[in-house]
Design a protein around this ligand. Sequence first.
Ligand SMILES: NC(=O)c1ccc[n+]([C@@H]2O[C@H](COP(=O)([O-])OP(=O)(O)OC[C@H]3O[C@@H](n4cnc5c(N)ncnc54)[C@H](OP(=O)(O)O)[C@@H]3O)[C@@H](O)[C@H]2O)c1
Length: 227
Amino acid sequence: MAGTVLIVGGTAGIGRDLANHYAGQGRPVVLTGRDATTAAKVASEVGGGAQGLALDLSKPTEIAGNLAGLGPVDHVVLAAIDRDANHVKTYDIAAAVHLVTLKLVGYTEVVHTLADRLTGQGSILLFGGQARLRPYPGSTTVSSINAGVVGMVRTLSVELAPVRVNSIHPGIVGDSPFWAGKPLDAVVANTLTGRLATMDEVVRASVFLLENGGVNGVDLVVDGGWR
Ligand SMILES: NC(=O)c1ccc[n+]([C@@H]2O[C@H](COP(=O)([O-])OP(=O)(O)OC[C@H]3O[C@@H](n4cnc5c(N)ncnc54)[C@H](OP(=O)(O)O)[C@@H]3O)[C@@H](O)[C@H]2O)c1
């Protein structure tokens, strides 16, 4: 029987759509957000017996306790993000420490906590993003952490072998809750497909990375050919 899929950052956006996908396949799903009530509500909306769990990646010393009740896991998806705008000329140290902790230390601590609970089919998917290569005003920390995800894939795939570790780097996902309705014509004009990648396309690429046993240590770009 197919085992549990843990989706950290599964209460909204792409993580939530991945939770919907796996619950729809009859897989046991555990999704997380910062607030227990919200996570439980989203889990019940996702259905299929999905469970919600509270976990704040910006408090990494609490993560092991947050995950103490979780059993064996097949797939770990690390999709959480807190939105941020930070410029080096007006650098906000507290905001930078918060986001670096969340994405780099928090993601790694989840993996550390669950390393012994990953099953034989185990795989891990880390979410980065194309801001790592295409900065925009205010992306100082976002570009840095998304580039950091590439380094995490390198070391984690080696340290956890044979567990597979991959990352996905979407461009701007036009129909995601954060971007929907915002003016994105300039990005579309610089995308070879003439449109932005969609939530559904990112979900399907995520499933490929999680499930294809031959794919390991890959940093997959899903951006329609953003120039
Ligand atoms: N959307 C895009 O266009 C795009 C582009 C490139 C890369 N990405 C990447 O794709 C991933 C998903 O993006 P998205 O737009 O779908 O995200 P989203 O809709 O903003 O959802 C973010 C998720 O992260 C959780 N979260 C926020 N702060 C957290 C914290 N401190 N600890 C734990 N969880 C926390 C939120 O849960 P609660 O609010 O319930 O706590 C929510 O489930 C992110 O890693 C993002 O960087 C997205």
